[in-house]
Design a protein around this ligand. Structure first.
Ligand code: ADP
Ligand code: ZN
Length: 606
């Protein structure tokens, strides 16, 4: 067998495999089926691309995402690998040309959309092409439980029946156990081995901020990332448009993206983002599947996502180049209520329960006062090593105080309203605010009315959230989200049980940031020469533009940073740059080394 490390170096310019990549590659080269679970950006593609280079017939890659297909094919061609794709964006003669190349044995990797695969006798033509491996990307689309279910994925079962001798590798970023089982079963895989890895993304900082004053927090985040790219996920179409308008007024090049927009408008927004012409995309979750942009420096969740998988997949779009990136989740009960409201409308009781349980896990994550990464990784069945040092909880371990008296004030007010208060009215009562509802219900007569007016409404909300998290209170979703006092709450009220609260200072410090830019394999501390980097980026932009391709097809940011650091002056040195394989060093080496030499000669301060 060929030396796999040599292939990795020659074609992709990487020095080592990531965990599990090598094991997966050897497993499929041995003719076996595999299910590979790695997060977005974890390096799934190499698991079938390297075997494809070795096998003596083409590898078929099924992918539902047309944008991703084009990116991957361009990326591969940029590395000198013969790749092609077939999907609805090609016209008949373009398709025919691809198929002829395939038949002639000149295509190593063929990307196909599932619709195309099952069209007009395509499989019959494939029969003669000596396909040696089938990769099924985004394999979770086969599961009816997932929110990305695609009916045409169910037909993929045909592949194993038709080609029992060809190994199948199914890949996904969704590690949910039920989905994992569906994949193996529904594709008819033969005792597939399951590989899980790479869910740890140490270069992503994790933090959760309270939902109050989100715009203020966003401004602080944006100031930490001048001129850098990011994504803000919002829960409605209108919200994405409002946010984009706000950002524009703030001087940020931004656009909105949601499923209500036309296909060509969406494609344009994507293109502008990928090429770096727009910096911040305000999007619903419709955005991102299929976006392969390596230098997204921050991902903000304006609203709480409904599942941990969804959340992790979305933040996974940050920092795919391995450089530090920041992720921030805004957490509010109102958002949780919105989700629960939708979940309750679902007819199928089993599905409803699944979604409720997922929402519960998401809440636990957002409310955690222990290392957030530990929670995420355990969700994905990956081992952890205790505190990560790159989440808000690790950086600012909470300090506590005895909150029993505060809790008693709140609980007694609730009981006196006969448990007919929601959170914001409770705050009004504690603060002594005569809001219309307080006035109408006569709650200004409650004994604890105004007893908490030395504490801001903001801080009260933080405390009440903690009462809920600690099980003193429950939100009754079947009764207008009114707060109900639990047994634990009653014990606290009677003074039989103390309650510890996280100080508001802890939470405020987290809100102020800045999240320090540590961790990650290539910390930007090493980059001393931003000027040279900018110079190289300019060159890259020019070259990419000339070819009508996105910049990353030339080099990733990580490659340029390493180049600026190493300043290669011979082709041999150039080959040592991260992400530079034979093809790229031949294609671009001279031009980039010339740029470095020019820059040095210009006497720019070093
Ligand atoms: P996904 O799992 O989302 O399909 P990709 O396969 O696109 O992720 O990989 C994400 C990025 O990581 C790509 O830029 C890829 O080239 C890079 N990558 C993959 N494997 C390695 C490796 N062994 N060393 C360095 N970079 C790698
Ligand atoms: Zn941590």
């Amino acid at each position: 067998m060929e030396d796999l490390h040599a292939l990795l170096r020659h074609h992709f310019g990487y020095t080592s495999f990531r965990p599990q990549q090598l094991a997966v590659i050897e497993h499929v080269l041995g003719g076996n089926d595999a299910v590979v679970l790695m997060p977005t950006g974890g390096g799934k593609s190499l698991c079938f691309q390297i075997p494809a280079l070795i096998l003596d017939g083409p590898t078929l890659v099924i992918s539902p995402l047309i944008a991703l297909m084009k990116d991957q094919v361009e990326g591969l061609r940029g590395n000198g690998v013969a790749a092609a794709f077939l999907n609805s964006t090609l016209n008949w003669s373009e398709e025919e040309a691809v198929i002829q190349e395939l038949i002639a044995g000149r295509v190593k990797l063929l990307y196909v959309s599932p619709e195309r695969l099952f069209q007009q006798g395509f499989l019959d033509r494939l029969d003669t092409c000596n396909v040696r491996l089938i990769a099924i990307d985004e394999a979770h689309c086969i599961s009816s439980w997932g929110h990305h279910f695609r009916p045409d994925y169910k037909h993929l079962k045909v592949l194993k029946k038709r080609y029992p001798q060809i190994p199948i590798i199914a890949l996904t970023a969704t590690a949910d156990k039920a989905v994992r089982q569906d994949i193996g079963r529904d594709l008819g895989l033969i005792s597939p081995r399951v590989f899980i890895s790479g869910f740890d993304r140490p270069n992503l900082s994790l933090s959760v901020l309270p939902g109050q004053n989100r715009w203020g927090s966003i401004q602080r985040i944006l100031r930490r990332h001048p001129g850098e790219c990011g994504i803000i996920y919002c829960n409605s179409r209108a919200a994405t448009e409002r946010m984009a308008a706000k950002l524009k007024a703030f001087g940020i090049r931004s656009a909105s993206y949601h499923a209500g927009m036309g296909a060509s408008e969406r494609a344009q927004v994507q293109d502008e983002f990928i090429s770096g012409r727009s910096h911040v995309i305000c999007a619903t979750i419709a955005f991102g599947m299929g976006i392969d942009k390596a230098d997204v420096r921050f991902v903000i969740h304006y609203n709480v996502p409904g599942t941990v998988e969804g959340y992790y997949q979305e933040i996974g779009r940050a920092g795919r180049d391995g450089l530090p990136a920041e992720t921030v989740l805004f957490y509010s009960y109102a958002d949780v209520h919105t989700h629960l409201h939708f979940i309750q409308e679902i007819g199928d009781p089993r599905y409803r329960e699944v979604l409720m349980a997922k929402m519960e896990r998401m809440k636990e994550y957002a409310e955690a006062q222990v290392c957030r990464r530990t929670i995420l990784l355990s969700y994905f069945s990956e081992d952890t090593q205790g505190s990560c040092g790159n989440c808000d909880v690790c950086k600012d371990p909470p300090s506590y105080f005895d909150g029993s008296l505060l809790a008693q004030k709140a609980l007694s007010a609730i009981l006196r309203s006969r448990e007919q208060m929601g959170m914001s009215v409770l705050v009004d009562v504690l603060k002594g605010t005569r809001s219309p509802e307080v006035q109408a219900k006569g709650w200004y007569r409650i004994k604890t009315f105004g007893l908490g007016n030395d504490i801001s409404a903001f801080t009260w909300t933080l405390f009440i959230q903690q009462f809920i998290q600690n099980g003193l209170l429950e939100v009754d979703y079947t009764d207008h989200y009114h707060l109900k006092v639990t047994r634990v709450g009653e014990a606290v009220l009677r003074g039989e049980r103390p309650i510890r609260l996280v100080t508001p200072e802890t939470i405020k410090e987290r809100q102020a940031g800045p999240v320090s830019r540590t961790a990650g394999p290539n910390s930007s501390e090493h980059i001393r020469d931003e000027g040279l980097l900018a110079h190289l980026k300019n060159l890259r932009r020019g070259l990419a533009k000339g070819m009508g391709k996105p910049a990353y097809v030339v080099f990733s940011d990580a490659s340029l940073m390493d180049m600026a650091e190493r300043r290669p002056s011979t082709i041999h040195e150039f080959r040592l740059v991260h992400g530079v394989g034979d093809h790229k060093s031949r294609t671009y080496g001279e031009q980039f080394m010339k740029a470095i030499a020019e820059y040095e000669e210009a006497g720019v301060p070093m």
